[in-house]
Design a protein around this ligand. Structure first.
Ligand SMILES: [Zn+2]
Length: 646
């Protein structure tokens, strides 16, 4: 896919935060619990559910131990996965078949070789609504970790982050196998790896599209495919019963009716090959006809750039649209224009293709943004990131007038050379509003062919199926619906319905009996979600996500009661600290009433101070306060009770 740019995880400014006027901050920890002094140990927080009685089943665990508990239970539940029989080959899609992103597939042989070949190692971007605070989601590689001594190699189809992004987090867990890929992809992987200097050097093996390599006892071949980044390739894994073909992300170079001669030549290799199974990109197969040919995009951009302009042309697109970026640079040269690249990821990618010699341009075509003022505006083309409305990317900063070097003028033309990724509609709308408010003329893919997807439509998929003619078919890369549509197409094109399997993430699929039948085993490889947060990789915790969502939507309240150890009476008025719940200054009455509730709850629990159970007192306190706040405000803030005994 086109890499969805990262929504940078900087914490938003706190809104509506407040501190109780009674000086709570002096006597109580201002942060969430976890590291308070001994006597201030807060009880398990309770997110009040309205029926949170359950005293008999009161667990005495804090949040951390609950998370561990969940983890160990899941491990215990994992079923035993049988070894692969000598006459079978196993296919495990570890990610990318229930979503767009985190593509990774393992192919495992039975018999004496026991070879495991892994194809791609991507990540997915986290969604703020479902996994708040998480940066990336990784495929679960638990199965490969167990069998790391048999992982013979990692083969990468192309350099997009949903195919390479997981490498720094995963490669050592699966035994640092050699990585086989083409030149540009290998440079993109290496460049990214530089940000992880503590990791061991990658064992990179550059291959060419017509080459074949031996991974363990298995022969692996490659073929070139069209996508949006140069050096994209498909993979052929040979078995004694025929080939397993993985296309990676794919579209066709075509004129709207027929693929180009080059495509025909490239797919010609399948004329003499016996394909056992095809594992293919499904992203756009649900779209009828042929995709917009990339050459139309070039023609449109050529027209826009060639017209006598009054001002600058600013083109917003993905850094991953490397083919198009290179083409724009060539068009710019043709009309004597200068190029400014604004956006780190874009600059990095352009540097790589330039170093490689894939991109050649005249000296002086590229201009540093600081020197922009030396050229007349109509001579400038700015390539910018952020066409998806991502908060910190170049275009958004231009729109918000916070860009260091660029301010829009009414003579500027802005081309959004990308489609809108589902989920980003509002952000893109805001971007367009901001830009047009400043008078810029905006061109989008709705009105002209300024964008084409990197994934083929139905007719392209059909043509590819007809060249490859597989016995078994397994759709990949996409949401379940996309996979389903693709499998229906395969049946329509002649694959026996019993030879088609629609997988889920971590499904274990086997071609058994010497290529006789395809079977989905009843058990799965480990499938729990693994996530990257800052520099740590961990298993996604439902409890943690639930708390974060509650914190985001309802806020939290820390209530602190200081109690006299001997009398069990409150030493002073209770303190209340809250963030993101209600603005305390405007809710004095509510807070006064809450203090009464706190006093009543604590003094009742500690009626008999000698026999008092502090843990239970804390839980009761949290429950009373949460119930009261729910009644009064219809909100369910997380209540953290603290009882300090002095
Ligand atoms: Zn891609």
């Amino acid at each position: 896919m086109e890499n969805k740019p990262r929504k940078d995880g900087a914490a938003p400014a706190q809104t509506g935060d407040s501190r109780d006027g009674s000086g709570a901050a002096r006597s109580a920890p201002a942060r969430a619990p976890g590291r308070s002094p001994k006597e201030v140990r807060p009880a398990r927080r309770r997110h009040f559910s309205g029926r949170a009685g359950g005293r008999s089943a009161r667990p005495r665990r804090d949040r951390v131990s609950r998370v561990e508990h969940v983890t160990s239970r899941e491990v215990a539940r994992a079923p035993t996965i049988p070894p692969v029989a000598p006459d079978s080959v196993r296919i495990i899609p570890l990610g990318g078949v229930e979503e767009i992103g985190r593509n990774m597939t393992a192919i495992e042989f039975g018999g004496p070789s026991g070879d495991i070949i892994v194809v791609d190692c991507g990540f997915a971007f986290s969604e703020e609504e479902t996994t708040p605070g998480i940066d990336y989601i990784l495929p679960n590689t638990g199965y490969l970790e167990k069998n790391r001594d048999r992982v013979r190699g990692l083969v990468i189809t192309h350099g997009h982050l949903d195919h390479i992004g997981g490498i720094p987090y995963i490669i050592d867990r699966i035994g640092n196998p050699p990585i086989y890929t083409r030149r540009l992809t290998s440079l993109m992987i290496k460049k990214r790896q530089e940000e992880f200097s503590h990791l061991p050097q990658l064992m990179m093996r550059e291959v060419e599209k017509d080459e074949s390599v031996k991974l363990g006892q298995t022969t692996v071949r490659f073929f070139a495919v069209t996508h949006t980044v140069p050096d994209s390739m498909g993979i052929i894994i040979e078995t004694q019963w025929g080939d397993i073909v993985l296309t990676g992300d794919i579209k066709l170079d075509h004129d709207g009716k027929e693929p180009s001669d080059e495509e025909k030549r490239e797919f010609g290799i399948f004329k003499d090959r016996k394909v056992l199974a095809l594992l293919m990109d499904s992203t756009n197969v649900w779209q009828p006809g042929w995709s917009v040919p990339e050459r139309n995009v070039y023609t449109t951009l050529d027209e826009i750039i060639s017209k006598p302009a009054k001002g600058r042309i600013i083109i917003g697109t993905f850094a991953s649209q490397l083919e198009r970026l290179m083409r724009i640079i060539h068009i710019a040269e043709k009309y004597g224009k200068k190029i400014i690249i604004d956006g780190r990821s874009m600059r990095t990618n352009i540097e790589i293709v330039r170093e490689m010699g894939v991109l050649k341009h005249k000296e002086g075509t590229m201009v540093a943004i600081e020197n922009m003022a030396q050229y007349p505006p109509e001579q400038l083309i700015i390539l910018a990131t952020g066409a998806q409305g991502d908060e910190f990317a170049s275009l958004m900063r231009i729109g918000m007038k916070t860009h260091k070097h660029i301010r829009i003028t009414p003579s500027d033309t802005i081309v959004l050379s990308s489609s809108v990724i589902p989920g980003n509609e509002r952000a893109v709308q805001k971007l367009k509003d901001n830009l047009s408010r400043q008078g810029a003329h905006i061109i989008t893919y709705h009105t002209s062919d300024v964008h084409a997807s990197g994934h083929g439509n139905r007719e392209e998929a059909s043509w590819i199926h007809r060249q490859i003619k597989p016995k078994f078919f397994m759709p990949m890369h996409g949401y379940h619906y996309m996979l389903r549509v693709h499998s229906d197409l395969a049946v329509e094109l002649g694959v026996d319905p019993k030879n088609v399997v629609v997988p889920d993430n971590s499904s274990i699929i086997e071609i058994q009996g010497g290529g006789q039948k395809i079977v989905k085993l009843p058990m799965k490889a480990p499938a729990e979600m693994r996530v990257v947060e800052g520099s740590t990789v961990s298993q996604l915790s439902d409890v943690l996500m639930r708390d974060r969502k509650a914190l985001g939507q309802e806020g939290f309240c820390v209530v602190v009661a200081t109690v006299d150890r001997r009398s069990g009476k409150l030493h002073k008025s209770p303190d209340i600290i809250s963030r993101g719940f209600v603005y305390l200054r405007d809710n004095k009455e509510l807070m006064d009433q809450t203090r009464l509730i706190i006093r009543k709850s604590v003094e009742t629990s500690l009626r008999n101070p000698r026999a008092a159970d502090l843990d239970r007192a804390r839980e009761d306190l949290a429950e009373s306060v949460a119930r009261f706040l729910l009644q009064r405000t219809m909100k369910r803030p997380i209540v953290i009770p603290v009882i300090v005994s002095i």
